[in-house]
Unconditional design. Sequence first.
Length: 249
Amino acid sequence: MSPPLLSELASQGTSGLVAVKVSPDLKPYTVHRDILAHYSEYFKSALSSPWEEAEARTVILRDIKPVIFELFLNWTQQHRLCWEAAHAALDEGEWVVAPPVDVECILMLQAWGFADRFLMPDFKEALLYAFVDHLVEYGPASMRLVIHVFNNDLMPDIDPCPFLNVLVDAHCKCWRVMSADEEDVELIGELPIEFVTRVFIRNGELNQGDGFPRYELKGCDYHGHTTKDEVRDCAKRKAQLLVTGPGMV
């Protein structure tokens, strides 16, 4: 089903608006109810039932960061992940001095957790496309990022986990000591044992010829396709959910 047209939303006046309050500070947002309901089964139920949220036309999300909610809201407009706005919304100390790619990978994993919790399948799928694109385009994640992801339980708890698979494969196929950042080499000893174990096993598979040629990441290997038709239609499906361009993935 296509998202509601702007003309439909505009004709509703204020009756179609709901308040969403985010974070412990209850930062307020005014959002079209039909937009939330279209992308989220949670919001669809919460705003169209006898629940308190529907009565008050208010949803409170105390444990969600504003930057994550805004990443979702901006994506609903044109299916773009607006990184410039996301970086600007980060609080001091939230990786503001880290490489942009690291910051964006962390935000995508946090946003995926938000989307999974609030039943947003299209947003989850778009985030997976974007995460894979990041590693295919920019190469393996920094060791600092890997450590942060595992220490903070940001990796989705699903099996198989395509986010983890591409993170591991990027190191197995693309990481090189000669081109590595000095900090990366220094942090090898601090890598989580789960990640190191997976890298060793995957390297062993690749060395035995079980997998694609080394030095090459293919996005579709991590999209979770289950049929040949899904592989064939991948580019079309991706274009529906994720628009790329300057400042985006």
